[in-house]
Design a protein around this ligand. Structure first.
Ligand code: BGC
Length: 340
């Protein structure tokens, strides 16, 4: 009986620890804990595949938090549909509704100061994600946070997929056996910090890894599958039999390029992406995509949500959320190739 009691106590303590770990937040000093929190989320473009995946994970985090803590979470998610003006209005509305915290995926990362002004005036912390406000803006207040998958890391991992493949099986990339891998490049929005950095470091990694590469052409497809597909269709006509590799700044554009190849009845050209979106991972599994660099969406959204919930509950951010300079969270990423 005594042993049984001890066991129950231990079990209870373990459960409590698990709950604390799960919710992430430490107990507030004050006794009067809130019974509900309101979080305003504004997405730059709701139909972006990667952002949509993060949205899904955020919704799961909110549900789990409610169940674990008995705190009602009003998660108000709005789509700015690519308009900074719309996003500014959404921020104003969130403030007037009494949101405890804002999570913002900026439309124009250079225009975050207007939203920061509003949040600061209302004393509402902001968790930015995916589109990085400029440093000067991030340094304006100690209640601003930013969550990302570091672009250079994604690119070096992406380049590594190709380097590994070339070392194992050069003929699968140098299709015409001329000693050079001729590639095309599909890039994201020119104003997005990830696009330029990913392009630069992906190509550099190939070169440093000893893959003899030559660029045929490249273009901006703004992260979009349909735009990438249209570009690839043109390139396949313009450079018949010459393209041996497709480097893409994200999975959706890689899938667009694959769509174009399928329409043209062409196979055997390797494409690599970044994100590890649901359709991206499926394409790797069924062998259409050579590989992708997957950011851990659960941890990405988990960091956004945990910081937001802690701020809303006026609790400390737990040390598991490792913040660089007290405000930046870097989400872990990993290579995904078939049979791994
Ligand atoms: C992702 C893209 C996404 C973009 C949106 C990038 O980090 O890789 O898939 O479209 O962010 O801002």
């Amino acid at each position: 009986m005594k042993n049984m009691k001890k066991f129950c106590f231990l079990l209870n303590s373990l459960l409590l620890c698990a709950v604390m770990m799960f919710t992430g937040c430490g107990r507030a000093e004050n006794e009067t804990e809130k019974k509900s929190i309101r979080i305003g989320v504004s997405l730059y473009q709701g139909d972006d595949t990667f952002i949509n995946n993060i949205r899904g994970e955020l919704e799961k985090c909110a549900k789990a938090y409610e169940q674990e803590n008995g705190v009602k979470v009003n998660l108000d998610i709005q789509d700015a549909k690519g308009s900074q003006n719309t996003q500014n209005d959404q921020v104003e509305r969130f403030i007037s509704l009494g949101c405890d915290v804002l999570c913002i995926n900026p439309v124009d990362r250079t225009a975050a100061s207007v939203m920061i002004d509003k949040a600061m005036a209302a004393e509402i912390p902001v968790v930015f994600f995916n589109r990085q406000p400029v440093e000067e803006d991030m340094d304006r207040w100690d209640q601003l946070y930013y969550i990302e998958a570091v672009a250079k890391e994604s690119a070096v991992l992406q380049g590594g997929i190709v380097v590994d493949r070339y070392r194992e099986n050069p003929e699968s990339l140098d299709l015409n056996g001329d000693g050079v891998v001729s590639y095309v490049l599909l890039e994201g929005e020119s104003s997005h910090q990830d696009a330029l950095i990913r392009t630069e470091w992906s190509v550099k990694t190939l070169k440093d890894g000893g893959v003899p590469v030559e660029k045929i052409t490249g273009g901006i497809a703004n992260w979009e599958r349909s735009q990438a597909s249209a570009l690839m269709e043109q390139w396949l006509e313009k450079y018949p039999g010459q393209i041996e590799l497709i480097l893409c700044n994200n999975d959706d554009m890689a899938l667009g390029a694959i769509d174009a190849m399928e329409r043209a009845g062409i196979s055997g050209i390797c494409a690599v992406g970044i994100d590890g979106t649901t359709p991206g991972l499926e394409a790797v599994a069924n062998g259409k995509l050579l590989g992708t660099v997957s950011s851990d969406k659960e941890r990405y959204a988990g960091a956004i949500f945990t910081i937001a919930a802690c701020k809303a509950m006026e609790q400390e951010i737990p040390p598991e959320i490792e913040l660089v300079e007290g405000k930046y969270y870097h989400c872990p990423q990993q290579i995904v190739v078939k049979n791994q």
